[in-house]
Design a protein around this ligand. Structure first.
Ligand SMILES: [Fe+2]
Length: 244
């Protein structure tokens, strides 16, 4: 990633985050504990396992699931769509980036997708139908949380998007391999169509960000969709934080 895309000034970083929806902070501006730096932006909130940080790195056991701790590609989504509200900001602190040439975090404007690119009949459908956002904490976990919510809401005058290719296609934000294989191909299923239109928009419009070692990417999770390409370096290691 070009050096000029990394903010070495916290104020510039905050300004970019507000105007563009994402920004990368240089290592020199990050405290030894990145959580200290992030508390300048908001409150850190617990994740699926109740902890305030989560290791995004390879762990054996998820090789056939589209899951953060596999090395597989992750389809377009917003984080924690089953949370009320979903985290406003998502942060990834990079301990060690993949050296295989892949491992980019992919970002695209999800509100622009919904408001401008989604087929009008599907937008109408989603205005009239809430979605059941079912999430296993990890693939295969029998304990599931569930929340009924609209795909696109407005809260305190600000847009909030909930989008999960996995949920819309496989019925679970964190599906296991069995759920991925069980997917039906009913062309009249509106959620399946929204998933495919969202993924197509995402692949046409995504910005790939390869976070440099020691730097931190933060984005607005109420506006942006994110995903990841498949990578091959097991040593890639990021720490994820959620902020309200
Ligand atoms: Fe994610």
């Amino acid at each position: 990633m070009a050096e000029h895309l990394v903010s070495s000034d916290f104020l510039q970083f905050q300004t970019l985050l507000a105007s563009r929806g994402w920004a990368v902070l240089a290592s020199g501006e990050i405290d030894a504990d990145p959580a200290v730096t992030l508390r300048r932006l908001g409150t850190i909130v617990p994740q699926y396992d109740g902890r305030v940080s989560f290791d995004v790195t390879y762990r054996p056991g998820y090789d056939d699931a589209p899951y953060s701790q596999s090395m597989n590609a992750l389809g377009a989504h917003t984080e924690a769509p089953g949370f009320m509200p979903p985290p406003k900001y998502l942060a990834l602190y990079c301990h060690r980036q993949a050296r295989c040439g892949n491992g980019q975090t992919l970002l695209a404007d999800g509100i622009r997708f919904y408001d401008e690119a989604l087929s009008p009949d599907l937008r109408r459908w989603s205005q009239n139908n809430e979605v059941e956002f079912v999430s296993s904490a990890t693939p295969g976990d029998e304990t599931r949380s569930s929340l009924r919510a609209p795909i696109r809401a407005t809260v305190a005058g600000e847009p909030v998007l909930r989008f999960s290719y996995n949920l819309f296609r496989y019925g679970n934000v964190n599906p296991d391999a069995i759920e991925v294989r069980r997917v039906g191909d009913d062309p009249s299923d509106p959620l399946g169509q929204i998933a495919e239109e969202g993924e197509a928009f995402f692949s046409r419009n995504l910005i790939p960000v390869l976070i440099p070692d020691g730097c931190m990417l933060v984005w607005n999770n109420h506006r942006l969709m994110h995903g990841r390409g498949r990578y091959a370096d097991q040593a890639r290691h990021l720490t994820r934080y959620w902020l309200s």
